[in-house]
Design a protein. Structure first.
Length: 252
């Protein structure tokens, strides 16, 4: 039986058999047998493949040992769990973003706590001046998703909070154009703050503001899958987001 899930995962990542073989350091014919003959790789190759394709290892193979190991790895990706966002150590947001070398992502509706922090602004400027890709995704203040989130939280002012955040970021728009700012109209189930292989995930809970909802501190481990699940949602949201206009800021 062929492994169509592995074939599909390769296509989704835009990788060839040769590409994957080079990344995980095996013979391309070996990878071809995994696909066409359904051969099951050694566990180290399973995890290396899953990491290269940014999927959970159990998505590709049903080996019960892999399932158990993947569950253990996913649990190990959880560094800490906080019952409410306001219980997260105050300096943790700055600490994880200061450590960023390649990726710095923010996926939120308003994210006022960061937009109001001048130290965070300095971090953005320093990172974009180096080798770090910086992307800030805020909610589209005129979208139905933003309006509904305001209703769900019981205040109906989410659009105003986003415009406040945009005003806070205005000094960066022209002075640091390499900082990527976009607006999304997604129904956002989590606010996600990523720094390379580390992130804070703040689930959205109906009826309460994000500051009262839990926060997970995650650190990526190859083969774990939990971190990559959230990281993939950032990529999908960024791909469908749009640039910011003056009207978004003023509401006029």
């Amino acid at each position: 039986m062929s492994n169509e899930r592995l074939r599909s995962a390769l296509l989704a990542r835009g990788m060839s058999v040769q590409d994957l073989a080079e990344v995980i350091e095996v013979n391309p014919k070996t990878v071809e047998r995994w696909i066409t003959q359904g051969k099951v790789p050694y566990r180290r190759h399973q995890y290396a493949t899953a990491s290269a394709l940014q999927v959970d290892v159990t998505t590709l193979w049903d080996d019960s040992r892999s399932v158990d190991s993947a569950m253990d790895l996913s649990k190990a990706e959880i560094v800490a769990a906080y019952p409410h966002r306001h219980t997260v150590p105050a300096g943790l947001w700055r600490e994880i973003y200061t450590r960023a070398e390649h990726r710095l992502d923010v996926l939120v509706y308003s994210g006022l706590l960061l937009s109001e922090d001048p130290v965070f602004h300095d971090i953005l400027k320093a990172k974009v001046a180096g080798t770090t890709q910086v992307r800030i995704l805020l909610g589209d203040p005129g979208s139905d998703a933003v309006r509904q989130r305001g209703i769900d939280e019981g205040h109906r002012i989410m659009d105003g909070k986003i415009r406040n955040a945009l005003l806070n970021y205005c000094p960066l728009f022209e002075s640091h154009p390499d900082i990527g700012f976009r607006l999304h109209d997604s129904t956002l189930y989590n606010s996600i703050y990523r720094s390379d292989d580390e992130m804070l995930v703040n689930p959205h809970v109906y009826g309460i503001g994000a500051y009262l909802a839990p926060v997970l501190h995650l650190r990526r481990m190859p083969g774990g899958g939990l971190f990559d699940t959230y990281a993939n949602s950032i990529e999908q949201t960024w791909g469908g987001a749009r640039p910011i206009t003056d009207r978004d800021i003023t509401g006029a």
